[in-house]
Design a protein around this ligand. Structure first.
Ligand code: TXA
Ligand code: MG
Length: 328
């Protein structure tokens, strides 16, 4: 199966037919590439779990054309979800709401709730619309990577994960680069389940109330585990003043060409390790982060040292992914 051009209407049609028949299609979104199957078919969705090697109780995100289409999967959108979707859809925001019974059970990992998102990417939108014209109510799509690995932000990353058997629509590099912000809208207060690229205060302004943090004691939804998004190489976070010491030790242990460094403070070239400059702009770092981790892997790096990003809220999404990548 070749990689198809996402800007080719014939390719969109072919992919939509594929989805309608219950088969898998990988497609670009503004966040990361998704591995899609029709969410209104439990059989089709089981293909995602098999392909990814993901346990079937891990809920997936269901992608829809717009808020009107969301009610195929949701009993109703609570006021909090209405506010969020009006302001941030299409866009990198997922809302968790009560699920309409009898639909999307496999996609939701059998939970009584469902995660919904309307992506802001022309190829994703074209695919969702073409599929809807063929009776597909929504497309369940986790990131198109094998379970626990780094999410793909380019079509070539998806091919690296699954080989050429899978149908992939190419939409170029993803604009945002890390997965959507997830807000649980089912409780008394909105809860931030996963930070992304949307600014926390922009969300709170629309909500008119603070976003609650996920309660440490609340049951963890499968799929939200600490260790995730990991490349093959070991990833470590290190404070700026300790980078040189950490890198020297790793270079001694593995040899300099097996050490990768992603930091804003350039190293002396004498270190001989693989260096990627980190921008001071969190959006830029989100955009390139997964590609940088994958690039180190391709180079055969064994240890990646990443400079710990600032503790400010605009770095929440990036910090979350780095913490998970560095948790063994
Ligand atoms: O940006 C994204 O959201 C990408 C693109 C493809 O849209 N998708 C994505 O899907 O990141 P995935 O499957 O890798 O992440 C889904 C996560 C789950 O791991 C879980 O934490 C949360 O969404 N989730 C899904 N359904 C949920 C539910 N009913 N309740 C709570 N959390 C849920
Ligand atoms: Mg994922």
């Amino acid at each position: 199966m070749p990689v198809l051009r996402g800007d080719d209407p014939a390719a969109i049609m072919q992919a939509a037919k594929h989805l309608a028949r219950g088969q898998l299609v990988a497609f670009p979104t503004e966040t990361v590439y998704g591995l899609g199957a029709r969410a209104d078919s439990d059989t089709a969705v089981s293909g995602i779990f098999r392909c990814k090697g993901r346990p079937p109780d891990h809920p997936l995100i269901v992608h829809v054309t717009d808020a009107a289409a969301a009610v195929a999967f949701a009993e109703e959108l609570p006021p909090v979800a209405v506010r969020l979707t009006r302001n941030f859809w299409p866009g990198p925001l997922t809302v968790v709401v009560r699920r309409r019974s009898g639909v999307g059970a496999a996609a939701a990992g059998k939970l009584p709730t469902v995660a919904l998102r309307c992506p802001d990417h022309p190829v994703a939108q074209a695919l969702l619309h073409a599929a809807r014209d063929r009776g597909v109510l929504g497309v369940a799509a986790p990131s198109a990577n094998r379970f626990g690995r780094v999410s793909p932000t380019r079509a070539s990353h998806v091919v690296d994960e699954f080989g050429v058997e899978l149908m992939v629509l190419d939409g170029g590099p993803c604009r945002e680069g890390i997965e959507s912000t997830i807000v649980d809208c089912t409780g008394e207060f909105p809860v931030l389940l996963r930070p992304g690229t949307l600014a926390r205060n922009a969300l709170e302004q629309v909500l008119g109330e603070p976003l609650q943090a996920r309660h440490a004691a609340s049951p963890r939804v499968p799929g939200s585990m600490a260790s995730h998004y990991a490349p093959d190489a070991r990833v470590g976070l290190v404070q700026t003043d300790l980078i040189t010491t950490a890198v020297e030790a790793a270079a001694l242990e593995f040899g300099p060409r097996r050490v990768g460094v992603y930091s804003s403070s350039p190293l002396s070239p004498a270190a001989g390790v693989l260096y990627q400059p980190m921008s001071g702009n969190p959006s830029q770092v989100a955009h390139e982060l997964f590609a940088v981790l994958r690039w180190f892997d391709v180079q055969g790096v064994r240890q990646i040292w990443v400079e710990a990003p600032p503790e400010t809220t605009d770095w929440d999404g990036v910090r979350d992914r780095l913490q998970r990548a560095s948790t063994p």
